[in-house]
Structures are given as structure tokens and as C-alpha cells.
Design a protein around this ligand. Structure first.
Ligand SMILES: [Zn+2]
Length: 254
């Protein structure tokens, strides 16, 4: 059995903890104390740390955690010196009985990778700050085209993939999605559902890829209504890649 729990960090980060009967891995520990306390209190056996990208709110806890638990730190090729197992596109990591495949998804940062597992028909994806529930990450280091290609890679995963992203941004993302697609009933009902969850303080993550395909405008750049809406708003934009860039820039200032 695979158990996946979130440990909250800072104001809206999620550190993911994956546990099987063979041990635990922690993904993107931006800070350490909540993670160490959780592992101690639940007597969990940490086997590895996974990192998706170099940003401090995803890596800041590595030193402290590895001083308590001297485990391997897997991550992309970047300037985070505490990563001792470097990963690139197509690599596989088998640990705690789960076989993960590495997908390079540059755009938010140039080093960004995702961890995907078929997980015996219950696929799971840890994608940091690239694909969010109902949104996507800002393009800080890569080009819009790189980010678009990365999003397409994730879009092509099995539709029952559970998506574990790095932040609780879902409600504000859906506020934007409602503007981008005013007539999308799935987006409206998702907004109402997430509003209720967040009022209770319940995480809106993970989300299902099938839900994202219906409601995440950044995955819907080839949808006719999205294209028409964006083309009208920003004039003469037609290609999916251009739609993506226009959406992302619009969201930056939303
Ligand atoms: Zn980031």
C-alpha cells in the first residue's frame, strides 16, 4: 500500500511524504522541522529525499533533514550541492517498492523535473511548480515554448494520474480559469467545490489529470472556446503555443 500525505510549509507549500511498508520518501522539503517531527512522531523510516527544482522553498530543509537521516538526495542537475544522485529525462528510480520515471519539464526553472510512477494502475505524479491544480507555474528561467512543451508532456500521462504539486494555489487559479473560460461549467463547479474545501482548511491537492483536462486553461490551449476567447482578448492569436503564452502573461498580472 502506498500512502501519500502532505506536510504544510510556509504559507502555501506542500511537502509530500510517500510511505510504503519499505519506508518513506519526502519530496521537496522546503523546511525541516515539520518533516523531522512528523517522521519522529510516526516512527517512519526515511529512505530518500526527492527534489523537483532548485528553488529554496523546495530545498531549504535538505541539510537539517539529512543530518538526522543520512539518506540519498535525488534531484536534477543544478547548483544544489546537497543533491548526491543526479537525474535526467528517462532515468528511473526504484525505491520503497515504487518505480519512478523522471520527466524533464523545464520552464518554471531550467532544471525542473517531475517524478512519475504507474504505481500498479494508480499513477502518481510529483511535479513541483510546473503543473498546478487549475494552473501552472510562472515561467522564470525557461521560455514560454519550453513551458508549453513541458505541460504537453504532463498532459499526455494517463488521465487517472493523481497530480501532487508544490503549492495550494487552486482557488486563485480557478478564479483566473473562470475568467479565461467563462462558459466552462466544469470550471464553475470545481471552483465551488474547492471553495468549500478551502473554507474547511482541507487541501485541494492531489487533483486528477482528467479534472485538469476539463478545467485547467493551460492544458486547454487547443480548445476552440479557449482559443476564441483568448484570440478576441489579445487579437489575432491562433496557435496553441501563442495561446499558452498569452494566458500565462495574463495570469502573471491577474
Ligand atoms: Zn519554484
Amino acid at each position: 500500500m502506498v500512502k501519500i500525505e502532505s506536510i504544510e510549509a510556509f504559507t502555501d507549500n506542500y511537502i509530500w511524504l510517500v510511505t510504503t511498508n519499505e519506508g518513506s520518501i519526502v519530496i521537496d522539503p522546503g523546511e525541516s522541522s515539520n518533516v523531522i517531527n512528523y517522521l519522529d512522531n510516526n516512527q517512519l523510516d526515511l529512505k530518500a529525499i526527492f527534489i523537483t527544482h532548485h528553488h529554496f522553498d523546495h530545498t531549504g530543509g535538505i541539510d537539517e533533514i539529512t543530518s538526522y537521516y543520512p539518506v540519498n538526495v535525488f534531484g536534477p542537475i543544478n547548483n544544489v550541492e546537497t543533491i548526491n544522485k543526479r537525474l535526467k529525462d528517462g532515468d528511473r528510480v526504484s525505491i520503497i517498492g515504487i518505480d519512478f520515471e523522471i520527466i524533464e519539464i523545464p520552464g518554471h526553472t531550467l532544471d525542473h523535473i517531475a517524478y512519475f510512477s504507474e504505481n500498479n494502475g494508480n499513477p502518481i505524479l510529483f511535479c513541483g511548480d510546473t503543473l498546478f491544480a487549475a494552473g501552472c507555474g510562472r515561467v522564470f528561467e525557461g521560455t514560454f515554448e519550453q513551458m508549453y512543451e513541458s505541460i504537453i508532456k504532463l498532459k499526455n500521462l494517463p488521465i487517472n494520474t493523481k497530480i501532487y504539486c508544490g503549492h495550494e494555489y487552486t482557488l486563485s487559479n480557478l478564479e483566473f480559469a473562470k475568467e479565461a473560460e467563462p462558459f466552462n461549467q466544469d470550471t464553475l463547479s470545481r471552483y465551488n467545490n474547492v471553495l468549500k474545501l478551502r473554507e474547511k482548511g482541507t487541501p485541494s491537492i492531489p487533483s486528477l489529470l482528467s479534472t485538469e483536462l476539463k478545467t485547467n486553461p493551460f492544458l486547454r490551449c487547443d480548445n476552440k472556446e479557449v482559443q476564441e476567447n483568448i484570440s478576441t482578448k489579445f487579437k489575432t492569436i491562433k496557435e496553441s503555443k501563442e495561446i499558452f503564452k498569452a494566458l500565462r502573461l495574463w495570469k502573471d498580472n491577474f
